[in-house]
Design a protein around this ligand. Structure first.
Ligand code: HCB
Length: 224
């Protein structure tokens, strides 16, 4: 039964069917399925299929938009469940999150934000198409520990570097860790632009954020 449910979830994304995606998520929550299992082993697999079909020219932009809509519908049910888990813990760190300038892909970023919240981080999501200066201003406003930058296009990846530069310009680089991600992003790219880390998926982003917090706290001189 859970196997069937997961494959139906995956299919609802491929079909671009928000109502089905939403009701499957509601059923899963009612049946006690872990929200993370539904996301990772159901819906995200559908999104991956959609990307592959689009790349092969077997799917077109309106279909891809319908799939994204279905993903959002499922997340509207699963995200509050994940948040409940995070609300019970003390703050693990403050994160400012966004997708780079020129880029409107948001699903991966939302997943990262949701999982960070579920693991006790305070997340400020700036949305999509965000300029470096805006990341820096928000980081200052909320005293961010970490800035997380998403980019899904090879053309907008380079704007991640502009975020690093904006934080440097604002004099925040020594106090704010930077993590980058998104389908075309690699560890090597992260190193090249001077970011502190790269995460290939939302779960790794949580591990990385925890690691960066430890490094940050270890660097703070202790008062005697
Ligand atoms: Co879009 N698109 N798209 N798209 N799109 C991609 C990204 C392509 C790879 C599809 C392809 O050709 N195979 C391609 C990019 C090619 C390239 O540059 N190499 C592409 C293209 C070309 C375009 C347009 C240019 C199409 C057009 O208009 N002709 C256009 C660009 C618009 C723009 O941004 N200016 C476009 C538009 C769209 C939408 C609007 C239809 C829709 C986005 C809707 C939305 O987000 N609200 C869309 C979608 C859905 C996709 C695919 C199918 C899925 C992306 C997605 O949500 N993946 C994608 C194909 C693909 O990626 N395989 C395709 C699922 C999430 C869970 O994965 O990688 O985003 P993720 O995030 C992971 C991971 O990377 C990491 O954790 C996340 C969670 O596990 N992570 C981070 C992400 N950010 C992080 C930040 C951190 O700090 C740490 C970790």
């Amino acid at each position: 039964m859970p196997g069937n449910r997961l494959s139906n979830m995956r299919q609802s994304i491929i079909d671009g069917a928000p109502e089905t995606a939403c009701s499957l998520a509601q059923e899963a929550v009612a049946a006690g399925m872990a929200p993370l299992e539904a996301i990772n082993d159901g819906y995200v697999l559908g999104m991956r299929d959609v990307g592959e079909q689009f790349a092969r020219g077997q799917m077109f932009l309106p279909d891809m938009m319908a799939s994204a809509e279905a993903m959002r519908a499922a997340m509207s049910v699963l995200e509050p469940e994940l948040r409940k888990q995070g609300a019970e813990r003390p703050t693990a760190g403050v994160v400012v999150l966004g997708t780079t300038k020129g880029d409107i892909h948001e699903i991966g970023k939302i997943l990262v934000g949701t999982l960070l919240t579920a693991h006790g981080f305070e997340v400020h999501d700036l949305g999509v198409d965000v300029a470096g200066e805006k990341f820096a201003a928000k980081a200052r406003e909320v005293s961010a520990d970490i800035v997380g930058v998403s980019a899904l296009l090879t053309t907008t990846m380079r704007n991640q570097k502009k975020v690093v530069e904006a934080l440097e310009k604002e004099g925040l680089r020594s106090s704010v860790k930077i993590m980058v991600g998104g389908a075309p992003v690699t560890r090597r790219w992260a190193e090249e632009i001077g970011a502190d880390g790269f995460a290939k998926d939302a779960m790794s982003a949580v591990g990385l954020a925890q690691e960066l917090m430890q490094k940050k706290l270890a660097a703070v001189p202790t008062q005697t």
